[in-house]
Design a protein. Structure first.
Length: 288
């Protein structure tokens, strides 16, 4: 019911999956009503960028936010950790333009936040409560949100690969299972596509330690999968991070089918533009 931030700063370092550049970041506590903001400490005057969907400037390979010429790329895994652990306010200071990929999941970020601890603040949380069904459809892609007094998300994927095929998973935020069941799920891609990215100067930081590399009929990672359905769990992780860019937690049951960063962003624009389908609410006042 109250806003939350970290009890103390948490720092880590890693390499950007596309740039291959090593960066350092520190997640710091922030006051109530601050929201999540990213600060580029390597740029003059250390500009900050609000983690809000209106600031999204690219969704082609990752979610990228930008303001006044400053960008931060690949923020979705950290944003998922904030959302999954109910962190409302934080300042993320980074000395480069791309977030570190770490092991391809949100586990390092989530564990770091838990080790730093969280504190409840003196302001109530504001929620975006869905009041009527909102849906966007494009071919076999779909995102649907229906009213609920809590937040849950179901992701469905289908890939023509023997280790994936059709998979579905649901996260209900009332269960507090994000840390164990979703945050360790790693990003994945076909090895042939990773090789192609490298030819174009992208994917420089991608290797078997930063995600799951698929062959035509298996995976290249010797340690195997962390979950039998790790692929759809990671897609849910991505969706959680993307949807958190509404700037406040959601009260809705959301279902996605074959969605990705660009389609998730399109849903947020559709939702926010449909003023009659939502209201802001606190759990104390019920409506504002």
């Amino acid at each position: 019911m109250k806003q939350r931030t970290l009890a103390k700063p948490f720092s880590c370092s890693g390499t950007g999956v596309h740039s291959g550049v090593r960066v350092n970041l520190t997640i710091q506590p922030a006051p109530a009503n601050h929201g999540i903001r990213f600060q580029r400490s390597d740029l003059p005057d250390s500009p900050t960028i609000g983690a809000f969907f209106r600031n999204v400037v690219d969704t082609s390979l990752a979610t990228v936010i930008g303001q006044e010429g400053a960008i931060v790329s690949t923020i979705e895994h950290l944003m998922a950790a904030f959302s999954g652990l109910s962190i409302d306010n934080a300042l993320v200071t980074i000395d480069g333009y791309e977030m570190p990929i770490m092991d391809g999941s949100a586990r390092v970020f989530a564990q770091g936040i838990m080790e730093a601890g969280t504190v409840e603040q003196d302001k109530p949380r504001s929620y975006l409560a869905i009041t009527e069904k909102v849906e966007i459809v494009e071919g076999d892609k779909r995102v649907t949100a229906v009213p609920s007094d809590h937040f849950s998300i179901t992701c469905n994927i289908a890939f023509n690969h023997p280790m994936i095929n059709e998979q579905s998973v649901t996260l209900d935020m009332r269960d507090n299972t994000f840390l164990e069941t979703i945050s360790p799920a790693r990003t994945f891609g076909f090895y042939r596509d990773i090789k192609m990215l490298k030819l174009y100067g992208l994917g420089r930081g991608a290797d078997l330690g930063t995600g799951i590399a698929l062959t035509d009929d298996g995976i290249m990672n010797e340690d195997g999968l962390r979950f039998p359905d790790e692929f759809v769990r990671h897609k849910l992780l991505d969706c959680l991070g993307d949807f958190s860019l509404l700037g406040m937690p959601i009260l809705a049951d959301i279902t996605t089918n074959k969605s990705g960063h660009a389609f998730n962003h399109a849903f947020l624009e559709t939702l926010f533009g449909n003023k009659g389908a939502w209201e802001t609410r606190t759990l104390e006042s019920k409506a504002l």
